[in-house]
Design a protein around this ligand. Structure first.
Ligand code: ADP
Ligand code: MG
Length: 249
């Protein structure tokens, strides 16, 4: 179980995160949801150990890991832009993180490749892959390191339609099959509501609400939550109406 206590972060004069406390159970999928600039990526970086915090504690299974460096925490991330190496093929990208890591067999790597159906693409250069394939390579590269927590920064934002839906289902099945605690940053309420067990809504660096999708829809904590969720869903609906013509509106 992951427990964040009173986390605070400031860049220069600007307070980016203020008094963030929450608990995430093992195997849960939690979305960090909020508008652009609300501090989501900063919070993900703090959990990973990439970004220092100014105040607060992080406990993992009862141990204080606040001062444990990133490479000793055993968490891993898929970055928003995937950060794949363009000069390596898909396979070499997938095994890149295993260079200095012992105890992970070829068979285990192959299982991840099979799970993400990447077999036919292993020899391809990154530039030859579609958006969904790149995202699956990025997921595989992170999963082969057997992270104790999987962190994903806006994993669906560069994808559309059917591909988005398919990656969403893969993320859900990874979390369920491996009972892997998964934390996902998104600015899209629809993604958060359909993907996660719990949603942390952040507004200007503070927790607006933390609850299940049902809690949030049925009992939005304040006007911000209500408007953010409803406005975004309405924009989506309008786009769909425009796509199919006013007759279906
Ligand atoms: P989000 O991911 O929700 O869009 P971020 O966590 O990236 O938001 O950023 C939150 C705020 O912190 C923004 O105002 C951003 O400009 C600022 N910020 C993020 N990283 C840095 C940094 N390394 N130095 C200074 N300001 C930063
Ligand atoms: Mg971000």
């Amino acid at each position: 179980m992951l427990k964040l206590q009173h986390i605070r972060k400031q860049f220069d004069e600007k307070v980016v995160l203020e008094d963030i406390s929450l608990e995430i159970g093992t195997g849960e999928i939690v979305s960090l949801l909020g508008p652009s600039g609300s501090g989501k990526t900063t919070l993900l970086g703090i959990i990973l150990g990439l970004t220092d915090m100014d105040q607060g504690e992080i406990l993992f299974n009862g141990n204080d890991i606040s001062r444990v460096p990133m490479n000793k925490r055993g968490f891993n991330i898929v970055f928003q832009d995937y950060a794949l190496f363009p000069n390596l093929n898909a396979y070499d990208n997938i095994v890149y993180g295993l260079r200095n890591k012992k105890g992970i067999s070829k068979e285990e790597v192959q299982e991840t490749i099979d799970f993400l159906e990447l077999g036919p693409h292993l020899k391809k250069r990154i530039s030859e892959l579609s958006g969904g394939q790149k995202q699956r390579v990025a997921l595989a590269r992170t999963l082969v390191t057997k992270p104790k927590i999987l962190l994903l920064d806006e994993p669906l934002s560069a994808l559309d339609g059917v591909i988005k839906e398919s990656i969403k289902q893969r993320i859900q099945s990874i979390a369920r099959e491996f009972k892997l605690t998964t934390i996902i940053v998104t600015h899209d309420p629809e993604e958060a509501l359909t993907l996660s067990d719990k949603i942390l809504i952040i507004n200007q660096g503070q927790i607006a609400q933390y609850g299940t999708p049902q809690d949030i829809i049925q009992q939005p904590a304040d006007a911000f939550v209500e408007q953010f969720i409803i406005r975004q869903l309405q924009i989506k609906r309008q786009n769909i109406y425009q796509l199919f013509g006013a007759a279906h509106a």
